[in-house]
Write a protein that binds this ligand. Structure first.
Ligand SMILES: [Zn+2]
Length: 305
């Protein structure tokens, strides 16, 4: 942790100090919800879905004093924020504040979170991921979906509460499956229609209501590329804050069928040799981690490691 000595000086207005707060470790904590007024919190700020970075392109968190000073004139704080995120560097409470407007910053920029991902450590990612998800949740659950009354944060649970009809709205998490399909030294990667670049990735999709995770893997792969798979192996999971997916990762072996793309979500899909991969996601995402594990496993199997 490092904080500028002159963090509170008046000349710093809307200017990011070089030595701003830096998350080195981060722990999700939900049992205790300290009020930001009574603590010396650090603040992750989101405006128009973007995050502030310093002149080096690194994520900025503000101290309480910096936050008060920088954003005192911004009236449009979303009504439920700041929201408690967890503890940085052992005992430093962190909060997320969602601004309705995006103030201009000196020597700093607002950047889309996806552009920031490659610069984040695993712990910083955890804080950012949680912050983005809670920010969206608070914005989208300001009113009760059943009776239309205004909700309010519950005093002891991480929930927006409708006092009128006693409904609770918890942060919404959408489970998805993501799978690398393999065939010997080859893996199946697809180009999604939403990608503007020549980027190929593993197959992914939302789990439908009533469906098991395993059934979703089989269905999604067959829908997108018309192949059947076998020998599913659980890989791991990742929280993905765009806007709130829980990605459940698998590897699976090709069982039968030739690739036939659906043409809607996918406009190309091919078998790629592990030594001849196209542009693929970085290992900040579980897709990149699945691909890396496949490549390492094939290299080991072929005596290349
Ligand atoms: Zn209600």
């Amino acid at each position: 942790m490092s904080i500028s000595k002159d963090q509170a000086s008046a000349s710093d207005n809307y200017c990011v100090p070089d030595n701003h707060c830096v998350i080195e470790t981060f722990e999700l904590v939900d049992t205790e919800l300290p009020a930001p007024e009574s603590s010396s919190g650090w603040f992750l700020t989101i405006a128009n879905g973007e995050l502030p970075t310093d002149s080096h392109g690194l994520l900025v968190l503000w101290t309480q004093a910096q936050f008060d000073q920088q954003f005192a004139s911004v009236k449009g704080l979303v009504r439920q924020s700041p929201l408690f995120l967890g503890l940085a560097n052992g005992n430093q409470p962190c909060f997320v504040a969602v601004l309705d407007t995006q103030p201009e910053l000196k020597a700093a920029n607002w950047v889309p979170p996806r552009a920031l991902l490659p610069t984040l450590s695993a712990d910083q990612y955890l804080a950012v991921s949680r912050g983005l998800q809670l920010g969206v949740w608070a914005r989208d659950h300001a009113y009760c979906g059943a009776c239309g009354s205004a909700t309010e944060p519950h005093s002891s649970e991480r929930a927006m509460h409708c006092v009128s009809c006693n409904k609770f709205y918890y942060p919404r998490i959408n489970p998805c499956v993501i799978t690398i399909v393999t065939k010997g030294d080859y893996c199946l990667l697809a180009h999604h229609t939403r990608y503007a670049t020549d980027f190929y990735s593993t197959l992914a999709g939302f789990i439908e209501a009533g469906e098991t995770i395993e059934a979703a893997v089989h269905r999604e792969i067959f829908e997108e590329v018309s192949v059947r798979v076998k020998n599913l192996r659980y890989f791991g999971s990742q929280s993905w804050p765009f806007p709130g997916q829980l990605m459940v990762g698998f590897s699976a072996e090709h069982a039968e069928g030739e690739i036939e793309i659906d043409g809607n979500e996918i406009d190309d899909a091919r078998w790629f040799h592990y030594n001849e991969l196209p542009n693929t996601p970085g290992t900040v995402s579980i897709s990149g981690q699945l691909i890396r594990q496949f490549v390492e496993a094939r290299k080991a199997a072929n005596g290349e490691l």
